[in-house]
Design a protein around this ligand. Structure first.
Ligand SMILES: *Cc1c(COP(=O)(O)O)cnc(C)c1O
Length: 458
């Protein structure tokens, strides 16, 4: 350990070769899960007093462990939200690890933080947020939503000058909101009320107004944030953001937009108008690890006024005081101060490197390409007599049903596709009915891939 000898050199070459070979696989094998008992038997004991050696550990990884992880970047991995990191982003991720960068403070990681801020700026510009907007890359949408809502509550209490310090806050969201909003509320010990959604799952402004107007004044004063979703995870639809912004503005409360999945669509001119109103958000998240071609784990958390977030999130401790000279925008920009965390990997760097490498036009085209496949794929599905669209796709999620199938039949079909290494598509439910859902975020996914699914459902 901690010495560069001949065996370290051999291991270095082996690890680099493995990584490069994996990046070159087009496509990688789909692979599939194993039970804990199978993995125990196949991997053997790996943690021992003397170590099994790097080459053997790498062999176990390559032969046993990696194949027990489904390749989320396979073009026919269409469940949940897949990932499709670019070659540049994945390879640069190795560099980020190699450089031992502390991404929490400007003092220690200023160069990396500068680059991360450039990438954040690109996203803030896509959303039309003001020049002062800024934030930090956190692990995922779950962490991003929690941190944004903590900042929102902080401001609500600050403005009340002590009156609400012991009052339980209230978040207004929608039935289509992601489960992480409810989780944030549990962690913060606040309540959530959901406005009704329309048949497509979009928050209804009339329901939002009714809900808010129907609350007694004391209840209404507990509201500290309204959360809208720009791309629901299950159906890929965008709430009417301008209408939600109006209501939040009238109430004088924080407007948060969860674009963990769908925020990437901001880069695509063909759907950009669907996001109108997002420029009024007090905070906004988007996961580059979902639809902006970055490796895990990477969520961009942006605040309209980052100084509010800093007041909510800065940790004070004797050993940290050296980091906190100055105030306002002139103070050092410490990413730790903008979310519920302290130590952090400069996890925005692979995304930055990829943007710098390929340019923003390539991002625009890649997002448009996935939208094209989703929308044309929906046409093919609609044209197949054994299938039926649940709704027209707005972004890159397509919900559809196989006529006459039960939940068990969907599951059996899904299992057999995975077992054959052909595709990974799991059923979801919509309005209580089991249906199929595909989510296209991989520019390598083609209409031929969709055809293959359609045929296998016949
Ligand atoms: C995926 C998703 C999340 C959670 O993001 P993680 O990165 O998985 O934590 C939150 N909101 C929406 C809308 C999502 O699609």
């Amino acid at each position: 350990m901690h010495s560069h000898d001949a065996s370290t050199e051999v291991l270095t070459q082996a690890i680099l070769r493995y990584a490069v070979d994996r990046v070159r696989l087009d496509p990688p094998p789909l692979d599939g899960p194993r039970t804990p008992a199978e993995l125990r038997a196949m991997a053997g004991r790996t943690i021992t007093e003397r170590g099994i050696g790097g080459l053997e550990a790498l062999r176990v990884f390559g032969d046993v462990l990696a194949p027990a992880c489904i390749s989320i970047d396979h073009p026919r991995f269409l469940s949940f939200v897949p990932a499709a990191p670019t070659e540049a982003s994945v390879l640069f991720d190795l560099v980020v690890g190699a450089c031992s960068i502390y991404g929490g403070s400007w003092l220690e990681g200023g160069g990396a933080v500068h680059a991360e801020n450039e990438a954040l700026r690109y996203l803030a510009d896509l959303a039309g947020m003001p020049p002062e907007a800024g934030g930090v890359f956190v692990s995922g949408g779950t962490a991003g939503n929690l941190s944004a809502l903590i900042a929102a509550r902080h401001l609500w209490r600050e403005k009340a000058a002590g009156t609400f310090d012991r009052t339980r806050g209230l978040i207004v969201a929608s039935k289509g909101a992601h489960s992480s909003v409810a989780l944030a509320a549990r962690a913060m010990d606040v309540d959530v009320v959901d406005a009704d959604a329309d048949a497509g799952g979009r928050l209804r402004i009339d329901s939002l107004r009714e809900l808010v107007d129907g609350l007694p004044a004391t209840e209404r004063s507990r509201i500290f944030a309204i959360v809208a979703t720009s791309g629901t995870t299950n159906a890929g639809v965008i709430d009417p953001l301008a209408g939600v912004a109006d209501v939040a503005h009238e109430l004088g409360v924080w407007f948060h937009v969860d674009g963990a999945y769908g925020g990437a669509g901001l880069a695509a001119p063909s759907v950009r108008a669907h996001y109108d109103g997002i420029e009024r958000a007090d905070s906004f998240i988007v996961d580059p690890h979902k639809w902006l071609f970055a490796p895990f784990d990477c969520c961009a958390l942006l605040y309209r006024d980052p100084m509010l977030a800093r007041r909510a999130h800065t940790q004070h401790a004797e050993y940290l005081d050296v980091l906190h000279g100055g105030e306002g925008y002139d103070a050092d920009w410490n990413p730790s101060d903008f979310a519920h965390h302290l130590s952090r990997r400069a996890r925005g760097l692979p995304f930055w490197f990829s943007l710098a490498t390929y340019g923003t036009a390539a991002y625009r085209e890649a997002v448009e390409q996935t939208l094209h496949v989703a929308h044309e794929g929906a046409r093919l599905i609609a044209a197949a007599t054994h299938l039926e669209l649940v709704m027209e796709p707005e972004l890159s999620v397509v919900l559809f049903r196989r006529r006459g199938w039960t939940a068990d039949q969907y599951q059996a079909w899904s299992d057999s596709l995975l077992a054959a290494g052909a595709a990974f598509v799991v059923p979801t439910s919509w309005a209580g009915e089991t249906v199929l859902r595909i989510c296209v975020v991989n520019p390598r996914t083609t209409l031929d891939d969709i055809e293959l699914l359609i045929d296998s459902l016949a």
